[in-house]
Design a protein around this ligand. Structure first.
Ligand SMILES: [Zn+2]
Length: 140
């Protein structure tokens, strides 16, 4: 046992580069996250308008461009709920960008295992591997 670590953070050394993302992968995910952040911000703007403009809320018109949210989501309250969701997602995106900076991106916060690459592609701001995410969802 040598004691010549200067001043490592108290975490295990391996957590520094736990996933071993290559620089271009870091860039790749940073770009994904930034794109996603832009999209969420835009969406939030749109939702806020819908929620706050009575005519827009009254017309059951069709922001069909919100393709991923299902079809009946257009009452005012739901829009406000959605804004909350978007805001939470934005927060997660910010956190993911920070983890990217710190080199801890892509590691499950629950079990410390690397998160599957495909999962990161689909959900670049996730904190958990699929197993842990399922456990956590089931527990709620
Ligand atoms: Zn996990």
């Amino acid at each position: 046992m040598k004691k010549d670590h200067p001043k490592e953070p108290t975490r295990k050394a391996e957590s520094k580069k736990a996933v071993g993302l290559k620089p271009q992968e870091v860039e790749h995910f940073r770009k994904l996250l930034l794109d996603l952040r832009n999209r969420y911000m835009q969406k939030m703007g749109e939702l806020a308008e819908e929620a706050l403009t009575p005519e827009a809320a009254g017309m059951s018109a069709s922001p069909s461009h919100l393709g991923d949210v299902g079809s009946d989501y257009y009452s005012q309250e739901l829009s406000l709920d959605l804004i909350e969701n978007e805001r939470a997602a934005l927060y997660e995106i910010e956190e993911a960008l920070r983890r990217l900076e710190q080199g801890t991106y892509g590691v499950c916060e629950e079990c410390g295992q690397p998160i599957a690459r495909e999962r990161l592609e689909l959900l670049p701001y996730t904190r958990y591997c699929i197993q842990c995410a399922r456990k956590i969802e089931a527990g709620q």
